[in-house]
Design a protein around this ligand. Structure first.
Ligand SMILES: [Zn+2]
Length: 499
C-alpha cells in the first residue's frame, strides 16, 4: 500500500515535472518568436537596419576575443588624458606635444594648442579625429594617406598617451562591454617591454639575427632559441621586467572582474621588428602567462604585408612551434592571412594560414582573409574546421584591406563549417563597437538566428579561459539569452498587434 508520504512525493514530482515542461515550452516559444522577429527584420527585400541595431544591441554577445587595447580607446578619451597632463597639441600635425610650455612650433603658423582650445576650434579638432582614427575617411574629399597607412599611423598619434592611465582605460572598455551585453573580453594589451640591447651587445645581436635568418629547419631554429633562452631566462633584469609588467597589470586589473563580467589579457610581439626582438617579446609574453593567470595568450601583431614581416614569416611560426612545446598551456591566437591580392606578391598569399596552423599550432586565426589564395586551401579549411576557429573582423578588413561583402571569405568559412567568432579588432580607431560587427554580419550574409547564437557561444568556447570559467560564463550566457528572447518575443507580439 502506498503511504501518504509516498503519495505526496509522487504529487511533487508530477507537479514539478509540469512546471518544468511549462518553462521549457515558454522558452521554446520565446526562442521561436525571437527567430521570427529576426527573420522579419532581415528579409532580403527590406532589411530594417535600425530595428536590427536595437535587436543586436540588446542581444547577449558573449565575448570579444580579438581586439587591441590601445586601438579600442576612442580619440576623445585620449584627448581627455592629454588635457589632464596639461600637454598640448600641434595644430598643424595633430601630434601631441609632451610639454605644457606654449612655445612656437617650427613650420607651423599657429601656436601649440591646449586641448580646450583644440575642442573650440572645429577645424583642428576634426583634423585630429581624422588622423587619430578612421573618422570621415571616406565621406568627403580631403588630402589623405592610403587607408591601411591611415589605420596603422593612428597608433603613432595617440602613442605618447596610450600607455598612461591603463587602469582607467581598462575600466572604460569594461563598461563599454557591459553596456553591450558582453560577458568576457580578451584584450591584446601590449608588449612586455624587454629590449634586446639590454641583454646582448651589438655584435651578439647582429650575429643572432643573422643566424636566425639563415635557418632552414625547425631544428636549426630550436638550437638558436635555446641559446637565447639560456642567456635571458635566468637574467635578473629579464625576470624583473616580466614581473614588473605583470605586477602593473595585476594592480590595474583590480575591480575589473565581477559576477557578470570577466577580462583576461594577451601580450604580443611586433612582427616588423628584427627576429631577436620578436623572439624576446614572445618569450617574455610566455613568461608573463606563466607568472599570472590574468595573461592567457601571446599574439603577433603589426602589418603582415610589411617587408620584414613577410621575409621572417616562417621563422616567426617556428618560434611559436618551439614555444608551444615549452609552454603548451599558453594560448596561441595569431594574426594570420591578413592579406589580399594586390597588397603583396601572389606568392606571399600561398601559405600564411597553413603555416600558422601546421607550424605555429595556432588555436585561433585572426582575420584569415587570404584563404581563397592559399596553395592548400582545401586541406587548411578541413583542418580549421576540426581544430581551430577564425576571428572575423569585418570593419577592420573593409578599411585596411578593402575586402568586404562577398569578397570576404566569410562565405567560404561558413560553407565549410569552420567555427567563427565575431570581434572588433580596433573599435576606437574604427569608431565602431561589437554590436555593429554583428549588424554588418547580419545585413551582409544573413546567417539565421541559431547561427548567430552559435557564433556568440563560440566566443566563450574558443576563449583562453579555463574550462571551469568557460562553463560558468556559458551558463550565465544561456540565462541572458532567455531574458533577451522573452523581451524580444514581447516586442514582436506588440509589433504584430500594431500592424
Ligand atoms: Zn587585430
Amino acid at each position: 500500500m502506498v503511504n501518504r508520504l509516498t503519495l505526496y512525493s509522487i504529487l511533487i514530482v508530477v507537479l514539478s515535472g509540469c512546471a518544468n515542461t511549462r518553462v521549457i515550452q515558454s522558452e521554446t516559444s520565446h526562442f521561436k518568436a525571437t527567430e521570427e522577429f529576426y527573420q522579419s527584420i532581415t528579409r532580403p527585400s527590406a532589411i530594417d537596419e535600425s530595428t536590427l541595431n536595437l535587436f543586436l544591441t540588446k542581444m547577449p554577445k558573449g565575448a570579444d576575443i580579438h581586439h587591441h587595447y590601445s586601438g579600442t580607446i576612442y580619440a576623445e578619451t585620449y584627448l581627455d588624458w592629454v588635457k589632464e597632463k596639461g600637454w598640448l597639441i600641434n595644430p598643424c600635425t595633430s601630434r601631441i606635444i609632451t610639454s605644457n610650455k606654449k612655445t612656437k612650433i617650427k613650420a607651423c603658423d599657429k601656436p601649440a594648442m591646449t586641448v580646450q582650445e583644440l575642442l573650440n576650434d572645429n577645424r583642428s579638432f576634426r583634423q585630429l579625429l581624422m588622423l587619430w582614427s578612421n573618422k570621415d575617411f571616406s565621406n568627403h574629399f580631403h588630402e589623405q594617406v592610403p587607408p591601411d597607412s591611415n589605420f596603422f599611423n593612428t597608433f603613432g598619434y595617440f602613442g605618447p598617451i596610450s600607455d598612461d592611465n591603463q587602469a582607467i582605460g581598462l575600466k572604460i572598455i569594461k563598461q563599454r562591454a557591459i553596456d553591450e551585453n558582453v560577458s568576457y573580453i580578451e584584450t591584446m594589451l601590449s608588449r612586455v617591454g624587454v629590449k634586446a640591447k639590454n641583454f646582448f651587445d651589438n655584435q651578439q645581436s647582429i650575429s643572432l639575427i643573422d643566424e636566425l635568418r639563415k635557418t632552414e629547419s625547425q631544428k636549426e631554429v630550436d638550437t638558436i632559441l635555446k641559446k637565447i633562452d639560456d642567456a635571458v631566462l635566468n637574467n635578473s633584469d629579464f625576470v624583473s621586467q616580466v614581473k614588473s609588467f605583470v605586477d602593473t597589470l595585476e594592480q590595474d586589473h583590480q575591480g575589473i572582474d565581477q559576477s557578470n563580467f570577466t577580462m583576461r589579457y594577451q601580450s604580443y610581439a611586433v612582427r616588423v621588428l628584427n627576429p631577436l626582438q620578436v623572439y624576446l617579446d614572445l618569450l617574455a609574453g610566455y613568461q608573463a602567462c606563466e607568472t599570472s593567470p590574468l595573461f592567457v595568450g601571446v599574439n603577433i601583431v603589426a602589418p603582415e604585408n610589411n617587408a620584414t614581416a613577410l621575409a621572417d614569416y616562417t621563422l616567426h611560426m617556428r618560434m611559436y612551434n618551439y614555444l608551444a612545446r615549452n609552454y603548451p598551456q599558453v594560448g596561441r591566437a595569431l594574426h594570420a592571412g591578413e592579406l589580399t591580392l594586390g597588397m603583396v606578391r601572389p606568392e606571399d598569399l600561398l601559405f600564411h594560414i597553413e603555416e600558422a596552423r601546421n607550424i605555429a599550432k595556432a588555436q585561433r586565426i585572426g582575420h584569415g582573409i587570404d584563404i581563397p589564395y592559399e596553395k592548400n586551401s582545401i586541406n587548411v579549411l578541413k583542418d580549421l574546421k576540426e581544430n581551430a576557429v577564425v576571428e572575423i573582423n569585418l570593419t577592420s578588413n573593409e578599411f585596411i584591406l578593402g575586402v568586404k561583402h562577398n569578397a570576404h571569405p566569410y562565405n567560404i568559412y561558413s560553407k565549410y563549417d569552420v567555427p567563427m567568432v565575431i570581434s572588433t579588432d580596433d573599435s576606437g580607431v574604427s569608431r565602431n563597437n561589437l554590436t555593429n560587427e554583428f549588424v554588418l554580419l547580419t545585413t551582409r550574409y544573413r546567417p539565421d538566428y541559431s547561427q548567430i547564437k552559435e557564433y556568440v557561444f563560440n566566443s566563450i568556447k574558443y576563449s583562453f579561459l579555463t574550462e571551469e570559467k568557460q562553463k560558468e560564463i556559458m551558463k550565465d550566457l544561456s540565462l541572458r539569452f532567455q531574458v533577451f528572447e522573452k523581451e524580444m518575443s514581447g516586442l514582436w507580439s506588440q509589433i504584430k498587434q500594431a500592424q
